[in-house]
Write a protein of this length. Structure first.
Length: 202
């Protein structure tokens, strides 16, 4: 099996009206709407898949979950930046399909439908603490951390067993639109998360 690793930032926006209960319940508590609709974007600072360098690549996901996260039957799609090589696209497809073990292995169990991969322009940048994310004409998001009581510090859930990362910055979607695969979502004002990821299969 190929060795892989990804380090970077993962920002997620979902349909939950308040902070996603899946983070603390590890998928055993239903999302606030009874189902989960979400998009996420990934900015890779350092990454490798076998001999393929993934550093600097940006990607995004769409995930739809009909009920409890832990019960599976997920539907997903992957978007990879147009600047990425075909080898990087293939590598990220295998990683996010859970086919190469490690941090994303869970997806190989929970995914029942994979809608495919699109290579499109992706922008992931910061303006102050807000993450501004655009994926062609598909995703338009502005995600801002929730400020904590201590000046200059945000609300963070630490040391969790959440599959994305142990530390999760609680955030809110100032703007969040997704249009693709027959979906037309608007999650403005709803739950969001920002995570620093350190994934791999070693």
């Amino acid at each position: 099996m190929e060795q892989w690793s990804l380090k970077g930032e993962f920002t997620l926006s979902c349909s939950c009206t308040v902070f996603c209960p899946c983070v603390l319940s590890l998928g055993e508590h239903p999302p606030t709407e009874g189902h989960c609709q979400t998009w996420a974007a990934l900015s890779i600072d350092q990454g490798r898949f076998d001999t393929v360098d993934l550093s600097g690549v940006k990607a995004a996901l769409m995930i739809e979950i009909p009920g409890l996260m832990s019960r599976g039957n997920w539907t997903a799609a992957l978007f990879v930046d147009e600047k990425a090589s075909i080898y990087a696209v293939k590598a990220l497809t295998r990683i996010f399909a859970g086919k190469v073990g490690g941090s994303t292995h869970l997806l190989s169990i929970l995914l029942s439908s994979f809608l495919g991969v699109r290579q499109v322009p992706i922008s992931y940048r910061r303006e102050g603490e807000t993450r501004l994310i655009t994926v062609d004409k598909i995703i338009d998001g502005a995600i801002t951390p929730v400020r904590g009581k201590t000046r200059g510090e945000n609300v963070v859930i630490r040391n969790s067993e959440y599959w994305i990362a142990p530390d999760v910055t609680v955030a809110r979607a100032d703007k969040s639109r997704f249009r693709a695969f027959g979906r037309n979502w608007n999650f403005s004002g709803r739950s969001a998360e920002i995570c620093q990821i350190d994934w791999g299969n070693q």
